[in-house]
Design a protein around this ligand. Structure first.
Ligand SMILES: [Zn+2]
Ligand SMILES: [Zn+2]
Ligand SMILES: [Zn+2]
Length: 215
């Protein structure tokens, strides 16, 4: 029997039900009753696979080109093993693109083994701005959320996370500044924010401020 720690229902479920109920929530943490106690396990270990690409029903190759790949995904509740499955018969784009479509950022573009959810990147950016949390401390917290007994046994994600959080930060800055692929080098808008204390005609002082007799 299985118990999901993130569903808040507290009900025990058989393997079939826990897989069926989590096909759209693959980043929940589950435990399995081993006869003596509930031990931590993963949805991938229970048999859950996430289908990428086209709907398996419309496969023109009779599922002849199925690929399977196990990756580590970091979310705000810890690290997760996720088994991905896809068929390359028709319209399957690059694996990294498929992960982006799910709002997961791959750590590398060629056959990624690690990914980070948009959710965890936003979470870290807030913590970094408000609580001054460093990437190193954040990775330690995530590892201890995953396994507080032997965090050293988990995959080392610090270097990947640190690289991706820098990319995330700069891409958010580009987005806020309206930078698109159309801008070539030299025509990039400024990423810095304008000073709110300085006088800007039409914004915090009138357009005709020169006509003001008190100026
Ligand atoms: Zn759940
Ligand atoms: Zn059941
Ligand atoms: Zn197919």
């Amino acid at each position: 029997m299985h118990l999901c720690k993130d569903c808040d229902s507290g009900e025990l479920q058989c393997t079939k039900c826990i897989i069926g109920g989590h096909s759209r929530r693959p980043l929940h943490r589950i435990q399995r009753w081993n006869g003596n106690y509930f031990e931590d396990t993963s949805l991938a270990n229970a048999g859950l696979t996430i289908d990428l690409g086209h709907n398996p029903v419309t496969c023109v190759a009779g599922h002849g080109k199925i690929q399977s790949h196990l990756i580590t995904v970091m979310d705000i509740n810890g690290l997760h093993n996720v088994r991905l499955c896809w068929c390359q018969c028709l319209r399957f784009s690059h694996l990294a693109e498929e992960l982006f479509r799910r709002q997961w950022i791959p750590a590398t573009l060629i056959r990624p083994g690690t990914a980070f959810t948009f959710r965890v990147m936003k979470h870290f950016q807030r913590l970094s701005h408000i609580a001054r949390t460093t990437p190193w401390d954040f990775c330690n917290v995530i590892q201890r959320l995953t396994d507080n007994i032997q965090p050293d046994q988990l995959p080392d994600i610090y270097r990947s996370f640190n690289r991706v959080q820098r990319l995330w930060r700069i891409s958010r800055a580009y987005k806020r500044a309206g930078v698109t692929m159309c801008h070539s080098i030299g025509t990039l808008p400024c990423l810095g924010l304008q000073c709110v204390s300085c006088p800007w005609p039409g914004r915090n002082i009138p357009d005709n401020w020169k006509d003001d007799p008190d100026v």
